[in-house]
Every structure is written in C-alpha cells, then in structure tokens.
Ligand binder design. Structure first.
Ligand code: HEC
Ligand code: HEC
Length: 225
C-alpha cells in the first residue's frame, strides 16, 4: 500500500488557548497519510491521533481538542470547512490554521465514515479540568445565553447546528469562544452556523463570566460516558 511521510512543520508559536501554556512541545509533528478509501481507524491513527490523542482525548499543548463528544454531522461539517477554507484559512487563527493544514490531504469522500468513527467507535473521553470558575454563577449565564441553542444539558442541537459542549476540553471552550469574539471564526460567507455563534459571542464578552459558564458546562456529563 502506498504511503508517504508528511512532515508537518508547525510554524508559529503554540499559543492556542488565549492564555499562556507552560508546556513547550516539539514544534514538529510527523505523520503519515493513509490512502483515500483507507479504513477510518487507519486514517485516524495515521493522521489525527498524533495531535488529538490516540483515543481522541485531546492534547492541550498542541491546541487539539477532545472530539469524541461531538456528533458525526458536526464533525463532518467542520472537517469539510477546514478543507474548503471556510474555517482556519486565516494564518492569524493559529490553531485553526494548523488543523486546516493537517487535513489538506484528507479525501472528502473519507469524511462521513471518519466522522462516524470518531463519534461512535473511539472510546468516550472525559477531559480533565484545567480551568477554574464559579459553576453556580455560570449556570445562570448558560441558561439565559447558551441553552436555547446548545441545549439545557449542553448536548447540542442538531437542528440548529449547535455542537455538544459537555465533554469538551475546557481550555478549548475558552479558545474557540475567543476565536468567534476575535473575528477569526464564523466570518466566511459559507459559514452559516459559525455566523450564528459569531453574532451571539459578544453577549458574553467578559472573561470571568465565560470561565464561570465553562465551569458549569464541566459539571454536565457528555452524551457518552
Ligand atoms: C497538527 C495537529 C493536528 C492534526 C494532525 C489534526 N488536527 Fe484536528 N485540530 C487541531 C487543532 C489545533 C484544532 C483546534 C482548531 C481551533 O482551535 O479552531 C483542531 C480541531 C479539529 C476539529 C474541530 C473540533 C471542534 O470542536 O470544532 C476537528 C473535527 C478535528 N480537528 C478533527 C481532526 C481529524 C479527523 C484529523 C485527522 C484527519 C485531525 N483533526 C488532525 C490539530 C490537529
Ligand atoms: C443562536 C444559537 C447559539 C447560541 C445562543 C449560542 N451558540 Fe455557541 N454555537 C452555535 C453554533 C451554531 C455553533 C457551531 C458553529 C460552527 O459550526 O462553526 C456554536 C459553537 C460554539 C462553540 C465552539 C464549539 C466547538 O466545538 O468548536 C462554543 C465554545 C460555543 N458555541 C459556546 C457557546 C456559549 C458559551 C454560549 C452562551 C454564552 C453559546 N455558545 C450560545 C450556536 C449558538
């Protein structure tokens, strides 16, 4: 089977969380690329696990979030958006850009099965808490500002395209929210769902309030556990 090694040199610093990261990972990730039509588990092992963790549990130092709590529809949409330049095209979006470069060689026809594999076949992960906040205070904000789209238990709403937030890496909730606030995500003309989140994000501009909301989300169990 034909395979070639791809050396991804990750340019730029590893600031991906909006706050300082003490880990200093080797800024070079080596991965092989599975041929189009390969088994999803093979694609995962060769092209994804190196950053997202072998079981999809995420890797904070690389800014790669946990994925197993997400629906296959949402995963497939994001992968397509990264490939088509709808998400992560802007080099200022450092984490998104790294991810976009990583999937540039992924065959679109492999996306549906790969998304289903991540959503159902990888073991459910429960990322550890890395942030602090007042969960009780955050619950109020969550209920008023977020639950209408992301659901009362933060399990997402497929009809509205809103992903599950329960079970997400807490540092990623922060950095991805910030990327909407900073105009790095949800601005592309074809990003219909991203635009909805980008319009909502300024409703909670204060970092402490967001930390409280994230602390509340961290108390909610993911769809698989
Ligand atoms: C070089 C490291 C790297 C590799 C390899 C990589 N990713 Fe990522 N991925 C990232 C980073 C960093 C982000 C966070 C982007 C952001 O913050 O916007 C990300 C984000 C994602 C997201 C968006 C998650 C969300 O909640 O919106 C999905 C889905 C994803 N990756 C799937 C994959 C899959 C599937 C593969 C393999 C085909 C893969 N990634 C390979 C680094 C990587
Ligand atoms: C109007 C509906 C709506 C509301 C209200 C809303 N969101 Fe979202 N949110 C979305 C949609 C749709 C997406 C998916 C965007 C995409 O596809 O890129 C999203 C994405 C996100 C993401 C990125 C998740 C990921 O995996 O990358 C975070 C974090 C987030 N929302 C947090 C919040 C928080 C916190 C609140 C409340 C303060 C909130 N949202 C309120 C619709 C909404």
């Amino acid at each position: 089977m034909f395979r070639f090694a791809l050396l991804l040199t990750l340019l730029g610093s590893f600031i991906s969380c909006g706050d300082s990261i003490t880990d200093s990972p080797d800024p070079t990730v080596t991965m092989t690329v599975a041929p189009a039509g390969a088994d999803s588990s093979e694609i995962w092992q060769q092209q994804c696990g190196v950053c997202h963790g072998a079981a999809g549990e995420g890797n904070r130092a690389l800014g790669a979030p946990a994925l197993t709590q997400l629906s296959s529809d949402y995963l497939a949409r994001q992968l397509t958006h990264f490939i088509n330049g709808v998400r992560g095209a802007d080099p200022k979006d450092q984490a998104g850009h790294r991810m976009a470069l990583s999937v540039a060689l992924l065959a679109p026809s492999d996306i549906p099965a790969l998304a289903a594999f991540i959503s159902t076949d990888l073991p459910p992960s429960r990322p550890e808490a890395t942030r602090k906040g007042d969960a009780a205070r955050g619950k109020d904000y969550y209920t008023h500002l977020c639950s209408a789209c992301h659901g009362g238990n933060a399990l997402g709403n497929p009809i509205l395209g809103a992903p599950a937030l329960a079970g997400a890496s807490d540092w990623y909730l922060k950095s991805s929210y910030q990327s909407f606030l900073d105009g790095l995500r949800g601005q592309h003309a074809d990003d219909v769902y991203g635009a909805q989140m980008a319009r909502l994000a300024p409703a909670l501009p204060d970092e402490d309030d967001l930390d409280d909301v994230i602390a509340h989300i961290a108390t909610l169990p993911p769809k698989r556990s």
